[in-house]
Design a protein around this ligand. Structure first.
Ligand SMILES: *Cc1c(COP(=O)(O)O)cnc(C)c1O
Length: 359
């Protein structure tokens, strides 16, 4: 029996995608091979990668002036790859600090350049997104980096920054494809696949083409966006199987009606949890209402000595991975695209019942 998996990542996948991958496992479309046995340069795999890119472009309405790269190294890899590729002749980059993932990006960037913290939400324990009017941008920054969904703190931008000619670079690992976005508002969008796109191992980079060609000479070729763009992401062997499964997820999203339709469902799913949390004196979520994440919902029980009982009971009801991140404690429900509303309803019903028994 499958469980309701509230993991932050690697995370729940659409069951239809898993079934399709299973059905095609031994023989993909009469090729007599599994996708993982194919040459990345053969016509079968090229057709898989091309279709995945075309479907992703259609879903996000990615303008033709942007390159789509399927790479490796994860979002943590990109924390170094971003400054290596974008600094060019500049020596400063602006970073907005909204939590744990921003902090990781900042720490890594400091190896490559001077980092200006344009704004930080640390004063309120990372429970909000600092308004753009408060950002102290430097005059000569190569880019402004933000994390648009803080997976651990549960804080999400509900707006796109506008920094004029300075490109915005966004780590969208944990909410990309959960909502409609205007790609043109960003210079670079990146993310690991394992939250909302597919299996771990695939890193997506969407980069405006005019930003290519600024890489430091010591940048590894596999991480040089321009070289990878010119090689259609095949300068090295790409994560072929992960690209194939992500492609199935893109097709599944289209069958759901695209991102506007999935966004509606995500709004409804998140509202079920937040409405209940806000009406309860037993559970709490610390994030400012307008900055709450639709994908990752951290919450606390009034008495943390009941945490173990809560998790144990949840597991007995077929709901797993609800423990909060080790750095913040409490609970966290990650409700990505592939989490059906039935899973969210089951969670809220369980929370109500637990409150009745322990509150
Ligand atoms: C998970 C996550 C990362 C780290 O991704 P890796 O694939 O482990 O490198 C970075 N940023 C955000 C926002 C994440 O959710």
């Amino acid at each position: 029996m499958r469980v309701f998996n509230f993991s932050a990542g690697p995370a729940v996948m659409p069951e239809e995608v898993l079934r399709k991958a299973a059905a095609e496992m031994l023989d993909w479309h009469g090729s007599g091979m599994s996708v993982m046995e194919m040459s990345h340069r053969g016509k079968e795999f090229i057709s898989i990668a091309d279709k995945a890119e075309a479907n992703l472009r259609a879903l996000l309405a990615i303008p033709a002036s942007y390159k789509v790269l399927f790479l490796q190294g994860g979002a943590i890899g990109e924390n170094a790859i971003v400054p290596m590729n974008l600094l060019g002749s500049r020596s400063v980059a602006d970073y907005v600090n909204t939590g744990e993932w921003s902090k990781k990006s900042i720490k890594e960037a400091k190896k490559y350049c001077a980092v200006n913290i344009a704004a930080s939400a640390e004063d309120k324990h990372f429970t909000y997104v600092p308004a753009q009017e408060t950002w102290q941008l430097s005059k000569d920054a190569a880019y402004v980096h933000i994390c648009t969904n803080e997976t651990i703190g549960g804080v999400e931008y509900q707006w796109d920054p506008d920094t004029g000619d300075v490109p915005v670079v966004a780590d969208m690992s944990s909410h990309i494809l959960s909502r409609v976005i205007d790609v043109a508002k960003y210079g670079v969008i990146y993310g690991g696949a394992q939250k909302n796109m597919g299996p771990a191992g695939l890193t997506l980079v969407i980069v405006r083409a005019d930003l290519l060609g600024r890489a430091m000479s010591l940048t590894p070729s596999a991480f040089n966006w321009k070289e990878q763009a010119e090689a259609d992401s095949m300068l090295n062997t790409p994560p072929t199987y992960a690209i194939y499964v992500a492609g199935l997820v893109f097709e599944w999203l289209q069958a759901q009606g695209g991102l506007a339709a999935i966004e509606k469902k995500n709004i409804a799913k998140a509202a079920l949890v937040y409405d209940y949390l806000d009406g309860s004196g037993f559970y709490s979520n610390p994030v400012r209402k307008q900055d709450r994440s639709r994908m990752n919902i951290p919450f606390r029980l009034k008495d943390e000595s009941q945490d173990e009982a809560f998790l144990k009971g949840a597991k007995e009801h077929g709901m797993v991975q609800l423990k909060g991140h080790r750095s913040v404690g409490g609970m966290r429900a990650s409700i990505y695209n592939a989490m059906p509303i039935e899973g969210v309803q089951a969670l809220v019903a369980y929370m109500k019942d637990f409150e009745k028994r322990y509150g």
